[in-house]
Ligand binder design. Sequence first.
Ligand code: SAH
Length: 282
Amino acid sequence: MIVAKNAPRGRVFLVGAGPGDPDLLTVKALRILQNASIVAYDELVGPEIMDLIPEGVERIAVGRRKGTCPNAPSIHPAVLERALEGRDVVRLKGGDPMVFGRGAEEAEELTALAIPFEIVPGISAALGAASTSGIPLTHRDASPSVTFATAQLRHDREGDPLADLPRTGTLVLYMGLSTLAQTSERLVATGRAPSTPVAVVSRATLPDERVVTGTLATIAAEVARADVPTPALVVIGEVVDKRVVSVLPVPSLADAQSGGRALVVPRHRVRGALRVGRMRGR
Ligand code: SAH
C-alpha cells in the first residue's frame, strides 16, 4: 500500500459497543454509528447492535480469534487502508475499548501513521454483568475493592498472570471460562479459600443471559454441567452472596413511567415469607 506522506487521513473512531444489549450503547456511540460510512466490528458485537447501523454502510468483520500471530498489528489492515485513503472508519469493539480491548495498541499504530483517532467509551462487560445479574462488584459488607484481570497472556509472554493478583476483594476474570478449572485451583493454591463464592455470568445483558454459581472448589464442575456459552465472565468473592434479584418482572420504561416499580430485595430474603409489592412514588 503506497500512500502519499501528506495525503489527508480519515479519522478512526474506536467505539465501545457495550456488553451486548443495544440499549446499553452510549448516545455518542449510537450517533457515531448512525452517521458512519464504514464500520469495522469484531465478533463480540452481536446482530442486535449491528441492526442499528443504517443500510448501505460498509461493514467489515475484523474478528480476531485464538492463534493470531502475537506480533501482528492490532489494527486491521482494512481499517488502515481506508483511513489512509482519507475515509472515516468506525472501529466498533465489544464493551469498552480500553478494558482488554487493545484500544491503546490500536491508537498507537494509528498515531504512527498520522491517522487521527477518537476513543469512545462503552459499558464494560463486568459493569453490565453486575447490574443485570444483580451481583455487586463492591459492597460495604463484602468487598471494598474490585480487580479486573485476565487469565490469558499474550502467546509470546511468559509467566503466570494470576501470580500478582490481590488475595482479597472481588476478582473479575475476563476471558476466563476455558481455563476456569486451572484458575480456581491456582487461586486456592495462592491463598483464597476453596469456599470462596464464584459466579459465571454468560452472555450478560442479552436475553439469554445465564448465571451459574458455586465456589472455587465447585465452579468448574458446575459450569461443565450447565454447559454455558461464551462470552462469559467469572466473578469471584463474597459479593456473589450479595446478589439481588427483582421479585417482579422488570417493567419496561413505559410501564415504570405509568405506575409502580419493581421492588428489589436481596436474594436471601426472597426465600421464605415473601412480600411482593410495588413501590409507588419513590
Ligand atoms: N473490551 C471488552 C472485553 C473484551 S475481552 C469489555 O470491556 O467488556 C472479551 C471478554 O469479555 C470475554 O471473554 C468475556 O470474558 C467478556 N465479555 C464480553 N462481553 C460479555 C458478555 N456479554 N457477557 C459476559 N462476558 C462478556
